[in-house]
Ligand binder design. Structure first.
Ligand code: HEM
Length: 423
């Protein structure tokens, strides 16, 4: 109880201090504070001004242009861990007593550990494996869509965008009898923890999610070690080179990275098309545009808006000195709106000529391992929706999640009918 009180007080004081800085115009503080967080794109435009490097009073440096984001992500001077021993806790740690042991995942470690962990997980995403996942994704998409469209109105997020990636990643990992509602909860709680622990309530929910996921994976790992199947848990459990804790952490990362993000890709796509009905008509008229449409959503409204890097030695970015072991945030969402990289960047245009690559899947050593799977899921989901919905008819204002790193909707109510458009 005392730990919760201490945590609650610390978080409240921190939040108030950050909000004060935001109200005084600090760009980075604005990205995490209300009301500015709801639409980060004007703040990004400000942060791209000048050299595109910004020093926040929060002692964080941000990089906002496409060129600098790309450079920092590829530059081996920058890692994800500090070298001075002052490690931040792994993103999923609640900070409360009684938590299962949480260690950093591949996303949070540098070479050589990163190279080893990534190499062990990579076979699950080989081109042959990705092709093999197609039929299952199409079947799950058709089933969920049929059920949603049979209703008078449906919540795209709860009825389609969340359960689809959960079904896909559960099949990949070989998790039987998926309890979708529980996984949605874990995903939300863990996804929100990318912003840091938000409240005592969030910390408690995080501890519970960690405990329950760990219990599930410990059981599945024991079963698959004894009796391996064709799934990814079996492959990881029977490979050498992973400690028991790394094995559980890798499974947990794949589960979380695999659905929170893809859910928001689908939600952000549908809402963006709702506001750009001419582009929806264009996609419906030419289904071959679906791959380009997914990439345009990833550029325009990416589910992961930013990531962080830590320089391993004193260095500089575009002439601004950056101290060893300080925090640099790389604004992936801003890179996609940089006019130096994309013409008319604030326009959503699924037919735009191929220009720079968006950075929605990051770049460099930590480039998203699941990107081919995410693209495939996005294409199948969007293609099926375009085939089924002549217009995207929102029946209520969508609800956005109150998170910064993950950008996405918590609710988007649609009518399956062909009536007038809203949004
Ligand atoms: C639209 C969907 C997705 C988006 C936007 C996305 C985005 C990202 C980003 C930005 C990173 C790197 C963060 C950094 O550089 O610090 C990342 C890493 C990763 N993603 Fe994804 N992701 C998506 C889907 C998936 C899926 C479906 C899976 C797996 C099933 C997955 C698994 C991973 C893993 C394992 C990493 C860590 C890679 C590493 O550290 O080497 N992601 N993702």
């Amino acid at each position: 109880m005392r730990a919760e009180l201490r945590l609650g007080t610390r978080l409240a004081v921190e939040r108030a201090a950050v909000w004060l800085m935001a109200s005084r115009g600090d760009g980075v503080a604005r990205l995490v504070s209300s009301p500015w967080r709801a639409d980060p794109y004007p703040t990004y435009a400000r942060l791209r001004e000048g050299t595109g490097v910004y020093r926040s009073k929060l002692r964080i440096t941000s990089v906002a242009t496409h060129a600098l984001c790309s450079k920092v992500l590829r530059d081996r001077t920058f890692g994800v861990r500090s070298t001075d021993g002052a490690e931040p806790p792994p993103f999923a740690a609640s900070g409360l007593p009684g938590e299962v042991e949480v260690i950093p995942s591949m996303l949070e470690v540098d070479a050589p550990d990163h190279t080893r962990l990534r190499a062990l997980a990579r076979p699950a995403f080989s081109p042959a494996k990705i092709t093999g996942y197609r039929a299952g994704i199409e079947e799950a998409t058709a089933r969920l869509l049929e059920r949603a469209l049979a209703k008078d109105r449906f919540d795209l997020m709860a009825d389609f965008a969340a359960p689809l990636p959960i079904t896909v990643i559960s099949a990949l990992l070989g998790i039987p009898d998926v309890d979708s509602a529980a996984f949605v909860r874990y995903g939300r709680v863990l996804g929100a923890s990318l912003d840091g622990t938000k409240s005592v309530r969030h910390a408690r929910a995080l501890r519970t999610a960690n405990r329950e996921l760990r219990a599930l994976f410990t059981r599945l790992i024991a079963e698959r070690t004894a009796d391996p199947g064709p799934d990814v848990i079996s492959a990881l459990a029977t490979s050498t080179g992973l400690t028991a804790l790394e094995l559980a952490t890798t499974c947990e990362l794949l589960l979380i990275a695999g659905f929170e993000t893809t859910t928001n890709l689908i939600g952000n796509a549908v809402w963006t098309f709702a506001r750009n009905p001419d582009q929806w008509d264009r996609l419906r008229a030419d289904p071959a545009l679906v791959g380009a449409a997914v990439d345009e959503v990833l550029r325009y409204e990416p589910p992961v808006q930013m990531t962080a890097r830590i320089p391993h030695r004193d260095t500089e970015v575009a002439g601004t000195p950056v101290a060893a072991n300080s925090m640099v945030i790389v604004l992936l969402g801003s890179a996609g709106r940089d006019p130096a990289a994309f013409e008319r960047p604030d326009e959503f245009d699924i037919g735009r000529p191929k220009g720079a690559d968006h950075l929605a899947f990051s770049s460099g050593a930590h480039y998203c391992l699941g990107a081919p799977l995410a693209r495939l899921e996005g294409e199948i989901a969007l293609g099926a929706l375009a085939g089924a919905l002549p217009a995207i008819t929102a029946v209520a204002e969508p609800k956005w999640r109150k998170t910064t790193v993950i950008r996405g909707l918590s609710e988007l109510w649609l009518s399956p009918g062909t009536g007038s458009r809203a949004g």
